[in-house]
Design a protein around this ligand. Sequence first.
Ligand code: SF4
Length: 467
Amino acid sequence: MRPEIKAYNFDWMLWSTVGAASKIADGSDKELERMLKYIPNYRGIAQTIFREGDAGKQFLKMTFSYLDNIMNAHKTGKKLSITTFCFSPAIFYAMDIVPITFELLTVLAGALWKRGSFDYQDFCLETGFPETACSSQKGTLGAYLAGLGEEIDMVVCDSPGVCDTNAAAFSFAASYLDKPFYQLNFPPKLVEKRVQDYHLADYKALISFLEKQTGKKLEENRLREILEEIKIQDNLIADLEDMERLVPNPAPPIYNLFIYAGRFMFAGKSEYTKLLKFMVKEAKSKAEKGLSGLHSGKENLRAFFFYIDHYMLNLSLWEWLDKRGITHIGNILGKYFPNVAPYAKDRQEETYTINTDNMDEMLKSIAELNARMPMVRTIRGPYDAPHMWLQDSMALAEMYKADCLIYNGTPGCRNTWGMVKLMARDTEKYGYPTHIMYGDAFDERIESWESTSERLDEFFKVRRLLS
Ligand code: SF4
């Protein structure tokens, strides 16, 4: 690793950068505008976030709060656990544990720095971790393996059987750093009594592990508080998702990123509820006037990203979509299947319901909620099996009136690369022009954003979606 990269800790650099930006957010619009010329390296990302008004500012503050928790965990007597985005942090908050979600920090590095998380990705290889693994974990994993982050206390993941490269990243970290490790398992099916019993037993064992690591019992009232907050959040997300069905869609394209990033950071915490309330308010006011959420003002096309998005410098994807009048109507990262979700109205057997009556009900609720996190829900079985990737994507594309479907992932994602051609063949049969992006959502060295966006333009032109 280059010596200059080792000068400061990875998490500290993110914390200090986002911290400075979140302080700017408290200024007036004029002050913000003036400040931009003094931060040329961060101007692009600052503009992308600040133009979303209250929601953008709250997103920034929430992200800072997340990083601040990491930096202060040990000072405040809390344990730190590394984990993955497809594991709900709700149980950590109920047990006073601070999560470090690998993929979130990798995305932040890619969005903020031209050098992205490349040096940390490469350091993973120096330690013997496979080059072909998913870059979403490697970006942050490398930094912690190199000792360029806060000392972690434990490792928790939930991807064995669903995404082995994700699971391998966490087992490798646990072994390399010599830390206690727990991994939840998920069977290939979702809706079955036997599967639900398995989820619950596994989740209870996870709680015993967390109690052992923290030396504290899970408190009933604390868990209830978190789950009640998630109920509020689920309803707010459902309001937004309902509005996203309108033509034009009154929600700006970046709202979908705010929805899932917020959920991965702060499910069950007030910071996220505040963000959702700002987004609902803004989208409602646009919906009442029949306006599009696009800053360019006119909706030309509606695209459903049937996997994940693209997270490079300045979050260029969203600005690029906006300029072309393309509405982002969601991806699988933002679909959690609570019973109140508009897309789950006729699919109640696939949903989770939050019941806070007593401890047993709460444990069942949180185990089922966790089993429906993106990826571990969607690709746990064959892509065309009931309740899986194809069925979800087709139902969502129809409901949100998609004009086309776009796949983006990472070359390390063997699970989806193994089936995406078949999937695209099927989605085309259903009448949706489908584009497969060949870049890496987390590592621009695989394909530059310029090439990726040119190929997207070509797709829209060749399929006569945009003139
Ligand atoms: S993107 Fe693919 S490889 Fe990476 S965590 Fe998700 S399923 Fe696994």
